[in-house]
Design a protein. Structure first.
Length: 173
């Protein structure tokens, strides 16, 4: 074998041997150090991609330390990135809650819900049942007709009648 073969890992056969020799150990290193939530397989794959891209610069004797250093750094970068994402989610979530916790908003929501409940109570029983099955449960007119044993047109008439009454009772629907 030539001297060049042992100077770097650019030879595919040599690179394959390095992969077989170190990939499992590298995976276990990342898994035991950081856990499964980081997905150690991805980190191992990325480390070997970086090794291949830098194969002319990395001698075979330094391949193992290169792989472990790169995998460790990639994992630390991903953890930092996840922290940034988490902080952003927490900040945007707290801002969202601040707008919903506005006392004016809470009062209006409560008043609207009470109006809605009173308006529902004023509907006839068949209208209320058909309306709630459609709007609250998400059932289609055909399903409601089959469940209630009535025609599809009767279901439509009940729902649209309920909507008309609700519009009259509650402003802004």
């Amino acid at each position: 074998m030539s001297k060049d073969l042992f100077e770097n890992v650019c030879n595919e056969k040599l690179f394959s041997e390095v992969f077989k020799k170190y990939s499992e150990n590298l995976h276990n290193f990342i898994y035991y150090k950081y856990g499964d939530h980081i997905n150690p397989r991805d980190q191992v794959q990325e480390a070997f991609i970086k090794l291949w891209k830098n194969c002319k610069k990395v001698p075979i004797t330094k391949a193992k330390s290169f792989l472990f250093t790169i995998a460790n750094n990639l994992t630390l970068n991903e953890i930092k990135h996840n922290k940034v994402k988490l902080n952003y989610q927490l900040q945007s979530g707290s801002q969202k809650n601040k707008t919903e916790e506005n006392p004016q908003y809470i009062l209006e929501e409560k008043e609207y819900f009470e109006k809605y409940q009173r308006a529902l109570a004023k509907l006839t029983e068949p209208q209320r049942v058909a309306f709630l099955m459609n709007r609250a449960e998400g059932k289609k007119h055909k399903e409601i007709a089959a469940l209630l044993g009535i025609s599809r047109k009767a279901v439509e008439k009940r729902i649209y009648g309920a909507l008309e009454k609700l519009r009259k009772e509650i402003e802004g629907i």
